[in-house]
Write a protein that binds this ligand. Structure first.
Ligand code: AMP
Length: 218
């Protein structure tokens, strides 16, 4: 049976950073819907053009478009053993679709670690975040700085600040999270899959807590 993990939590809580570490430890592919959209924007695809309009405003890309993008990503052979989903699902419609989709792959959502932090922590984290142009590796100028400012430790590409990490858009993204994504907390709790993790701890502690939740597969 494949293993599917849904990493849940507000924007800026550290999902991307943790997903990279957990993917490395478990060997599961890290699938970030935001990264997939950004890749499409970089390659100026039709999907990228459509997504950009929503992303720049901090709004969600429509469900049908997002679901079909994830469906095609999960159909790739590297997801045979499962995947680590970061940023998807973000609505209950997406969560229902994911459940249906995974039955096609003889799988289901196995774990939902939910990483938490206060709103002021999220704003501070997002405004200090630097992202690598080549592969989306994530740094923070204070909490997780690169060895050389402005340069990715992993592939030496340039670091940039995402447009949607600017103050006004950040506030909207948090609002969108609270109204559209937070209902997933109850959704997955009712299914007995949710494990809450304090995201204000140092990065290594959050990873340890995550690995403890995923203990059965790591
Ligand atoms: P992220 O990198 O996860 O913070 O996502 C950046 C932006 O991409 C979000 O603010 C949305 O505009 C869009 N996005 C990412 N994942 C989804 C999703 N599952 N559903 C709708 N929009 C998404």
């Amino acid at each position: 049976m494949p293993t599917f993990i849904v990493l849940l939590g507000p924007p800026g809580v550290g999902k991307g950073t943790q997903a990279e570490l957990i993917a490395e430890a478990t060997g599961l592919p890290h699938i970030s819907s935001g990264d997939l959209f950004r890749e499409n924007i970089k390659n100026t695809t039709e999907l990228g053009k459509l997504a950009q309009a929503y992303m720049n405003k901090g709004e969600l890309v429509p469900d049908d478009v997002t679901i079909s993008m994830i469906r095609s990503r999960l159909s790739r052979p590297d997801c045979k053993e499962g995947a680590l989903l970061d940023g998807f699902p973000r609505t209950t419609v997406q969560a229902d679709s994911l459940a249906n989709l995974l039955t096609e792959f003889n799988g289901k959502v196995n774990f939902v670690p939910y990483i938490t932090a206060s709103e002021s922590t999220l704003i501070e984290r997002l405004s200090g975040r630097w992202t690598c142009k080549a592969q989306g590796h994530i740094f923070h100028e204070k909490h997780n700085p690169p060895h050389k400012p402005g340069v990715c430790d992993f592939d030496a590409s340039e670091l940039y600040q995402r447009d949607d990490d600017k103050a006004e858009t950040v506030k909207r993204r948090i609002q969108v999270y609270l109204t559209q994504t937070a209902p997933l907390i109850t959704y997955y709790r009712q299914l007995g899959l949710l494990s809450e993790i304090d995201g204000t701890q140092p990065i290594e502690k959050v990873t340890e807590a995550l690995m403890a939740v995923l203990g059965k597969i790591a």
